[in-house]
Design a protein around this ligand. Structure first.
Ligand code: NAP
Length: 340
């Protein structure tokens, strides 16, 4: 079988580096283009010396026809707003596209404008993109050419809540989400609060109940529940390099035990290669999922409340690992190829 030719646009970002590392251990892919804005002509290993001798490919400019001609799948690791300016040029090529930005995740352009503060410049294509959470949308992902890879916060939150919502076990109007993220979640160009002197030895909430991921989370949870989900989302920045930890407070709809919920979650995720349900009140830890594509989920019942906890690596299951998982599904490969 010929190898799948993959390219990355925006390769000199955090997610680009993770994508390349995954490709290097993927038995079915060949990297053809690593496209960057700055540093065109430098080898990838000059930009990321950890890969010296492993990926010395020269970085190219973002040349749409060359990249499209030489790729079967193109990954975009660009900031939101930039993605929707560049991706439309690739859509006519018919090549498979996986966008890691937020630009094609929301169904509604008005909600996009509220969340991101600008008009969507490619709203005509919004409905073509499939939301790339394989555990929820695997069949749609298999059939599409265009995937909007989920956000890092939404991934762990949606996986933690999906079985409870799909089974009607929790109320949909009283979900409180407390999340902690590592600093790499902000990408390689840090805003002031993400700088080491500000974030080290510090914990702070930010964008309380106004984070741009909240509409994405509500959109997808509402689809899972079959009716509108209203939640409060409070992210915190904590001094670790990578990882997201979610603690989610919900109210049960009936008298369920933790054993009932444990069974429900085990059954729902028994065939999912990258979701692990903790047993006997054990809680997930960032250290157990860091550098992997796993999402670990734990649960505790307190009175009428179900408290869910989930942990992921923001750059792997929350970004590049999930993107490769989506590629594997789109290309009909074993979903776990290349992934730990
Ligand atoms: N970091 C995470 O944990 C995470 C998780 C999930 C999703 N995401 C999303 O994934 C995307 C990439 O994130 P990241 O963390 O990899 O970002 P990043 O480290 O900031 O890298 C972004 C890349 O985009 C390139 N770029 C920026 N503006 C550009 C423009 N106008 N034209 C062409 N290239 C441009 C930059 O190129 P130069 O280096 O050449 O300037 C840089 O290499 C973002 O949309 C982000 O929201 C990130």
């Amino acid at each position: 079988m010929n190898k799948i030719r993959v390219s990355v646009v925006g390769a000199f970002g955090y997610t680009g580096f993770e994508l390349v590392k995954i490709f290097l251990r993927h038995p079915q892919v060949e990297i053809t283009n690593l496209a960057v804005r700055s540093d065109v002509g430098k080898s990838f290993s000059e930009l990321f010396p950890a890969l010296k001798g492993r990926c010395d490919l020269k970085c190219s400019a973002i040349d749409v026809s060359k990249i499209a001609d030489e790729s079967d799948v193109v990954f975009f690791g660009l900031p939101h707003k930039t993605s929707m300016e560049i991706i439309p040029e690739f859509l006519d090529s018919g090549k498979k596209i996986i966008d890691l930005s937020a630009d094609y995740r929301l169904d509604n352009e008005e909600i996009y404008k509220q969340a991101y503060g600008i008009n969507h410049s490619d709203k005509g294509h919004l409905s073509e993109f499939v939301y790339g959470l394989p555990e929820f949308n695997r069949e749609k992902i298999r059939l599409t050419n265009t995937v909007a890879n989920p956000g890092c916060f939404p991934t762990g939150i949606e996986l933690a809540l999906m079985p409870a919502l799909q089974s009607g076990s929790i109320k949909t109007d009283s979900i409180l989400v407390d999340s902690k993220t590592g600093i790499s979640g902000g990408g390689k160009t840090p805003k002031p609060a993400f700088h080491f002197p500000e974030s080290n030895e510090n914990v702070a909430a930010y964008k309380v109940a106004s984070h741009q991921h909240e509409p994405e989370i509500e959109q997808e949870l509402s689809k899972m529940a079959g009716n509108a989900v209203d939640l409060v989302f409070v992210p915190h920045l904590v001094p670790m390099t990578r990882g997201i930890y979610n603690t989610i407070y919900t109210e049960l709809t009936g008298p369920l035990t933790v054993g009932d919920l444990q069974d429900l979650y085990q059954k729902r995720y028994q065939n999912e290669p990258f979701v692990r349900v903790m047993e006997n009140g054990k809680v997930p830890e960032i250290k157990h999922v860091a550098y992997t594509n796993y999402c670990d989920i734990g649960m505790v019942i307190s009175g009428h409340r179900l408290i869910l906890m989930s942990a992921i690596d923001n750059l792997i299951k929350g970004a590049s690992g999930q993107a490769v998982q989506n590629m594997n599904v789109m290309m009909g490969l074993d979903e776990t190829l290349g992934l730990l």
